[in-house]
Design a protein around this ligand. Sequence first.
Ligand SMILES: [Zn+2]
Length: 451
Amino acid sequence: MDELVETLRFRLHIESGERWRLKQARFDARPIANHTWAMRELGYSKTEIAKQVMPTENDFVKNNAQAVVWKACDAYDAYESALKKWRNSDNRDELPKPQPPSTDSWGAFPLVMNHGEGYELQVRDDNRVGYRISAQPYKEKVRGFLRGAKQDLDRVKHALDSASDLEVGRAEVVYREGVYYLHVPIRHPITIDAAEDAESVIAIDINERNITTTVLDRESRETLAQLAIDYGQVKQKRQRYYDIKRRCQEHGKHSEVHRIGNHVVNFTEWTLHRLSKVIEHYVQWFPNPVVVFESLDGIRNDIDYGSYMNRRLHKLPFQEFERQVTYKVHRHGAPVEHVDSEYNSQRCSMCGEKGSRNGGRFTCKNDTCALKQDHSDRNASVNAAVRWIAKTETGDDSHSSADNYRPRKTPPQVRVRRVGSGRHTTTSCGGVDVNRPTSSHEIASQGVLHS
Ligand SMILES: [Zn+2]
């Protein structure tokens, strides 16, 4: 039995109690985090640290000190595992060395609270989800109710019902631009199907221009669906933001930087949400699916390495995309697997010969091969799917094995949809994009091939 943790975000509507208590608590959490990191570096265990960190009655984090220690330990462990990956990496010259959490920073630290201790949620008589946050014992509590999407509130209500198998976890108070938010994790048990029983293989190729998916029938290796979704706008917007940010910082215009930053974050989140939704539809449409990602440098499996990788890759949130897809497909019981990414984009998906790429076109150099030309990302995603099948069936997923290519031609019929674009564009593949919001269901169905 696996466990799925879904973090829901709510605004705190404060009805009683003083806001400054929340602020003070966030600042009091910082020295505890610093202390934790310093001790962790010396090799102390979580429990040893928790015993050492004894806030006084007047500390605003008295009730939450242990939760803060836990969060800080998680952050430190993430750094250590990133460091280990970095040390073992073949191309570490190109990768920035992970840095430990700084122990001399004095800003606010997220206020982390265990349910039933530092905070409590409850369904009230008026059917709202009420909360109380008591950072300091015997002192005034901050009370009110949560505001958020109806389905999220329903989810919390369901979790608070003692008969449900959902559980409310360690929450965090987050402050952003004058508003307090509560991030509430909901844990629930799930069963993920065994990957080796998969009947359809959904491979995803991610690059700086688009996300391309290929769905193959495992048995026949026939193509069931293909879709390329262009999200170049995200990269452009991010690039533009970093340019503007640099200029604004030089001129001390910090509020401007903040405003644009929030816009970019929202836009990116929205795009990732739409893209991962498309994959979520796929897992429901094809029998016993497995979702296959390419692992990059063998470090992509480690979710904590993401922030370093993303910085390197122009801060495109590939890792966040993977995380969202994984979460969404696990909800439907679908497993997620990784294959080696080496040569997936250079080799022909039909004959395995090394080809050439020119922009979005892949050209096979083998005269006897029927492929000739293909959409280069489609070619890569077919390779990823076929390699996963080879890996599970023969244990050999190397690019040199002839079994690991597909002797059948599938029409290079890829629809390209542009997500988040404001322009009408016709792509080289004949797909036409849109400037009105399209449902992710509709986008997903565009890529399904009908014979
Ligand atoms: Zn070929």
